[in-house]
Write a protein that binds this ligand. Structure first.
Ligand code: SD4
Length: 291
């Protein structure tokens, strides 16, 4: 029990999620339970238009969700392009714990949810999502301005007192995406990566730009080579900028922690913040950015 527990989550909604996760982590020491239950708070948050079934739909008007969960021993599970499931993070955990697979997608993920006793929700958009979708349909331009439009994916990474790490990530993805589009969040190594020997990282922003550089894996590997979490996040953003065209329309941000309890965060442009829970208190921190 030599480690100081630390939990980081993306964006302001990370505060409520961290509170829940911290409570579980300090009471039970169960880090996987902590990162699952933490982001479930966000999945139910009706104000959030980028996580959970109340999130903004794809261009067909359907909400499809992506989520992943990972432990520092390499265990992981994820679901992609899944409909009607209120808690995709819990389904991702079931994939991790109850199947020989890492990832289930679409109808198969939904059937697995049914088999696991998950309730199926009606496919109706939340009133706010419906309103915004109708507005969008008037022009139907697929031009995601992610910084403004849709910047609320939650990624959570945590270090327990026993030195074990875990992370979770859940999203409704890009607003008005093509039907079937999958982002970075359910892709292990892109939206989330955790290794007990090193640390953990998670991502938010334009998923395509993050997948292209294996963003979260890259950060963990840079930390393995001796970089601090902050340096690793900055290098990942530099890489992302160099490998993506149209960078003027891209926002992406990363957060990372290592086993020493150090943390870092960096984004392409201003506006990204994260919640940091340590000891008994937490704060909302503005991340630095490249531009
Ligand atoms: C995605 N990364 O599906 C998600 C969206 C997001 O902040 O993070 N928004 O591309």
């Amino acid at each position: 029990e030599n480690y100081k527990p630390l939990i980081l989550s993306t964006w302001e909604h990370g505060m409520a999620a961290n509170d829940k996760a911290w409570d579980i982590l300090t009471k039970t020491g169960d880090i996987v339970e902590a990162v699952e239950q933490g982001v479930k708070v966000t999945e139910l948050d009706l104000k959030n238009l980028s996580v959970g079934l109340q999130g903004l739909p794809d261009r067909e008007g359907i909400a499809t969700l992506d989520a992943s969960i990972m432990k520092g021993d390499g265990s992981c599970g994820s679901v992609a392009f899944v409909r009607q499931v209120k808690h995709p993070i819990s389904l991702a955990r079931k994939v991790m714990e109850e199947t020989p697979h890492v990832m289930l997608a679409g109808e198969g993920a939904r059937q697995f949810a049914l088999a696991q006793g998950f309730p199926m929700e009606e496919e109706t958009l939340s009133p706010r999502a419906e309103e915004l979708f109708q507005e969008w349909k008037k022009t139907s331009e697929y031009k995601p301005i992610i910084n403004i439009e849709n910047h609320d994916t939650i990624g959570m990474i945590a270090l327990g007192a026993d030195g074990k790490l875990a992370g979770s990530c859940t999203t409704s993805g890009l607003a008005y995406k093509m039907h079937g589009r999958v982002g970075d969040s359910p892709i292990i190594g892109a939206g989330l990566f955790v290794d007990d020997e090193v640390g953990a990282a998670t991502a938010t922003g334009l998923g395509e730009s993050i997948i292209r550089i294996c963003g979260s894996f890259l950060i963990v590997e840079l930390m393995r080579q001796g970089h601090s979490p902050q340096e690793a996040c900055e290098e990942a953003v530099r890489r992302l900028i160099s490998k993506n065209k149209d960078i003027d329309n891209i926002q992406a941000g990363f957060i990372a922690i290592n086993k020493d309890g150090e943390y870092g965060a960096y984004a392409v442009r201003p506006g990204f913040n994260f919640a940091r829970h340590h000891f008994e208190s937490q704060e909302l921190v503005d991340a630095k950015s490249k531009f």
